[in-house]
Ligand binder design. Structure first.
Ligand code: 13P
Ligand code: ZN
Ligand code: NA
Length: 283
């Protein structure tokens, strides 16, 4: 069955590895994630933004995930990523999501605490885990765009107060990553991450992990990152394979032909990231 991220992330924290969360957009990318994770015996988190829920349909997504989770013996969580609409979060929880991110990081510190706390109260009553963000991860995810000048790194002391006052289950930290591809190689602030990890005991989440080097991900996991969010690299691998297929087969039109190699390419990314995060053979 679809489970929350509670046990998944606590086990990761105890044993110092991270579980990747993959943003998916369709049946084939869901299958790529579940097949890749099952082969490597890794717990896995499937993430959808509100935009993806609107695109694919809430009931379709939950049904496909339930079917997928039943076919495998690995822990599978379905997570609502970056949602700032409280009613939308409640709708997803009522439909079967067991993990959500309330993203009020654009609000003032006080309002972020207030809104997040309210969602935590609603979610915890139903066994649903809550992630929230303090500081602002830059870049673009769906229609959430944060310019470099508006991005801001997480303050460790504020993060402690935020985690205490909201009772969240995991904290998304801003330490220099950004959503999407990087124009320049990202410089992660590991000192900051280390300080946050020293004073906060809930699992930490790294956003914008596409384009972050393997070595940096490994270093981040050593310093308390328990969930690594990957969206763009899945999109790119899937799209590039479709483009390649049509270049070589310009008259093709059967989705089973052009989506199968795309699915394999996405699955390869999934398996790479699982190995880098260290979540292989944890089931
Ligand atoms: P990337 O698109 O950089 O992988 O970021 C993913 C993310 O943080 C999803 O919340
Ligand atoms: Zn994100
Ligand atoms: Na990125």
């Amino acid at each position: 069955d679809i489970i929350s991220t509670k046990e998944i992330l606590l086990d990761a924290k105890r044993n110092k590895y991270a579980v990747p969360a993959f943003n998916i957009h369709n049946l084939e990318t869901i299958q790529a994630v579940l097949e890749g994770a099952t082969e490597l015996k890794s717990p896995v988190i499937i993430a959808t933004t509100p935009g993806t829920v609107n695109y694919a349909g809430l009931e379709y997504l939950v049904s496909i995930l339930k079917a997928g989770a039943k076919k495998t013996n690995i822990p599978v969580a379905l997570h609502l990523d970056h949602c700032s609409d409280e009613d939308f979060i409640k709708k997803c929880i009522n439909a079967g999501y067991k993990s959500v991110m309330i993203d009020a990081s654009m609000e003032s510190f006080e309002r972020n605490i207030h809104i997040t706390r309210r969602i935590v109260e609603f979610a915890h009553k139903q066994g649903v885990t809550v992630e929230a963000e303090l500081g602002r991860v830059g870049g673009q995810e769906d229609n959430r765009i944060i310019d470099d000048k508006d991005a801001s790194l997480t303050d460790p002391n504020m993060a402690l107060e935020f985690a205490d006052k909201t009772a969240i289950d995991s904290l998304a930290v801003a330490i220099g990553t950004a959503h999407g591809v990087y124009k320049l190689e990202p410089k992660l602030d590991f000192d900051r991450l280390e300080r946050i990890n020293e004073i906060i005991d809930i699992p930490l989440v790294l956003h914008g992990a596409s384009g972050v080097g393997d070595g940096d991900i490994i270093e981040a996991v050593k310093n308390g990152i328990c969930k690594v969010n990957i969206a763009t690299e899945i999109k790119i691998s899937f799209a590039e394979e479709i483009k390649r297929y049509f270049n070589q087969n310009p008259t093709a039109n059967d989705p089973r032909d052009y989506l199968t190699p795309a699915k394999s390419a996405a699955k390869k990314v999934v398996m790479d990231k699982i190995r880098i995060c260290g979540s292989e053979n944890r089931v």
